[in-house]
Ligand binder design. Structure first.
Ligand SMILES: CC/C=C\C/C=C\C/C=C\C/C=C\C/C=C\C/C=C\CCC(=O)O
Ligand SMILES: N[C@@H](Cc1ccccc1)C(=O)O
Ligand SMILES: [Zn+2]
Ligand SMILES: [Zn+2]
Length: 522
């Protein structure tokens, strides 16, 4: 073959490659465009078709406002702190019990409500329904809070419940005394108005959620199991209404947690022979361990965005993004690698992208002139829905890549199962309707809860666990969670009461409306 002939062939091959690449790209974009346009915005539910119920409405007057705010502030002032796995403020927990009975006299005296203490400080309420054939549901919240010290930079003392510019400051104002007090205050008002539910429900208030719920939530579950209870759904704290937090999203979004991340506590340890500091070995246990920790921080777990339910979040929200973003959000199958790289830049959105790795303890050394025989570190991993404890442990061992570093799993659990979010998912649809009635401008979407909640202990009682509370989060607010200046606006706290007041009544429908034959709005 001549030189020009072979050039021609190469040119032809190149042409074929380029045009097939172009066709592929064109095809991908056409599919993406069709998906963008055919997005089912309302996921099938037409509010007008809901069974008619005569819901009572809650109009809060001046006197009630003073009373409900005084109750909430008193709850914040009781320092129900869980300090460590073994240490709680039991004096405060006892005081909280007395306070609840005083603040909600109707709840504690109504013949419709059965109350009991579980695990000494946790509370279980059963509110009897008039129609026992309707499967009950359960609302959860927790009494305990994480520690807080004013010297970290609080604008008001963390157990003062001081009001500044319409916000109440204090530990527990968003985690989780807002839900706890909101639920009980709503029930108090419902009972005072003569309400009697058709569908019975439970309320569970754990006292040790921040230290794993071993005595609170787990004992509540044990009691319910003994009684053969099955639940239609469980609703607990978790995701919130976020406004201006998701990059590029126009308007507020209520994310309802269908699942929560798994968790692993991993211990790294290096053990060597001790010796005199005057003749050190080339590497000490501390140096070896420090290298291992650095490797873990330098090599984050793989991006898995789009492989778990977080993909659904964006598909539901896609229509609320402006055009180029709308196109990207409705086609995560194509763009998730790109979106992952944007989301991983901030700690809060990075948590949705991957299993996170946090080194939380590092201990070694006994004396200035002794080569330490032992160095230990603990790593807290929050596991993405598309991974398991075992997979994460294997990756850690590979990344550390040093036989001298012992890697042990202390405890852990896999990511939680994914609850339903379709037209037939009672809990999801009730929460969605209640949010939309109260906040018509909010877009409701399924999400994944990045923290762990007491609800994870309820998997044997129901397949449908939702993690949501109608607290409004604006930029800067996620950092208040376990951080400084935790606060809620008085307006938002009132909205929370109204939300639970309506939610309880909405649960009285016997069944959800028939799904609309899913009409796609083209
Ligand atoms: C893909 C997501 C992109 C951006 C982030 C969007 C929304 C996130 C909004 C709020 C998340 C912030 C705080 C919630 C974190 C954990 C709370 C969950 C459980 C708390 C359990 C507890 O500590 O008691
Ligand atoms: N709510 C806690 C639950 C927890 C307690 C103790 C250890 C780890 C986790 C969290 O997600 O952080
Ligand atoms: Zn909490
Ligand atoms: Zn917490």
């Amino acid at each position: 073959m001549t030189e020009s002939g072979s050039k021609l062939r190469i040119f032809k091959i190149l042409k074929i490659i380029i045009s097939s690449l172009l066709i592929t790209v064109l095809l991908l974009f056409t599919i993406a465009a069709i998906r963008t346009l055919s997005l089912d915005v309302n996921a099938g539910l037409q509010l007008a078709h809901w069974e008619k119920t005569n819901n009572k409405s809650l109009v809060i007057d001046h006197h009630q406002r003073e009373e409900l705010l005084a109750n909430f502030k008193e709850a914040i002032r009781i320092p129900t702190v869980s300090f460590s796995n073994t240490e709680s403020n039991t004096t405060a927990l006892l005081e909280f019990d007395r306070f609840l009975r005083k603040a909600f006299p109707t709840v504690f005296s109504s013949s419709l409500v059965h109350h009991e203490l579980v695990g000494n400080y946790s509370h279980l309420f059963w509110v009897k329904g008039s129609q026992p054939e309707l499967v009950p549901y359960m609302l959860l919240a927790h009494i305990d809070v994480v520690p807080a010290s004013e010297s970290d930079g609080w604008e008001a003392p963390p157990f003062s419940a001081k009001e500044i510019d319409g916000f109440i400051y204090g530990r527990g104002t968003i985690d989780d005394k807002n839900s706890l007090m909101g639920i009980l205050q709503a029930l108090e008002y419902l009972l005072l108005k003569g309400y009697a539910p058709r569908r019975g429900f439970y309320i569970g208030l754990g006292h040790d959620e921040e230290i794993n719920g071993l005595n609170g939530a787990m004992n509540i579950v044990r009691v319910l199991k003994q009684r053969g209870v099955q639940l239609l759904f469980v609703m607990d704290e978790g995701l919130t209404i976020s406004d201006g937090i998701i990059p590029g999203l126009e308007g507020p979004a209520a994310l309802i947690g269908l699942s929560e991340k798994g968790q692993a506590a991993v211990k790294l340890s290096v053990s060597v022979a001790p010796g005199h500091a005057s003749m050190p070995p080339r590497e000490t246990s501390i140096g070896i361990l420090a290298t291992a920790v650095k490797r873990l921080e330098d090599n984050p777990m793989p991006r898995l965005f789009g492989y778990g339910p977080e993909g659904d979040t964006f598909e539901h929200l896609a229509h609320k993004f402006s055009f180029p973003l709308k196109f990207i959000m409705s086609n995560l199958w194509l763009f998730s690698p790109l979106l992952s790289r944007i989301l991983e830049r901030k700690p809060v959105s990075n948590a949705f992208v991957r299993t996170t790795t946090a080194v939380t303890f590092f201990n070694a050394g006994v004396k200035i002139n002794v080569i330490p025989s032992l160095a230990e570190a603990y790593v807290n991993l929050r596991i993405h829905s598309a991974q398991s404890v075992e997979e994460v442990l294997d990756i850690i061992k590979d990344t550390v890549g040093d036989q001298r570093v012992k890697v042990e799993l202390v405890d852990g659990f896999d990511p939680l199962p994914i609850s339903g979010a379709d037209e037939k998912a009672f809990g999801f649809q009730i929460i969605k309707k209640t949010v939309l009635d109260l906040f018509p401008t909010v877009t409701v979407a399924p999400g994944i809860c990045i923290g762990n909640t007491d609800s994870r202990h309820f998997v044997d009682l129901t397949k449908n666990i939702y993690r949501f509370s109608p607290a409004w989060f604006k930029p800067g607010d996620p950092e208040r969670f376990h951080g400084i200046n935790e606060r809620i606006s008085t307006k938002n706290y009132e909205e929370m009461i109204v939300f639970y007041f309506n939610l309880i009544q909405n649960c009285d429908i016997r069944k959800l409306p028939e799904p609309h034959s899913s009409v796609h709005e083209l």
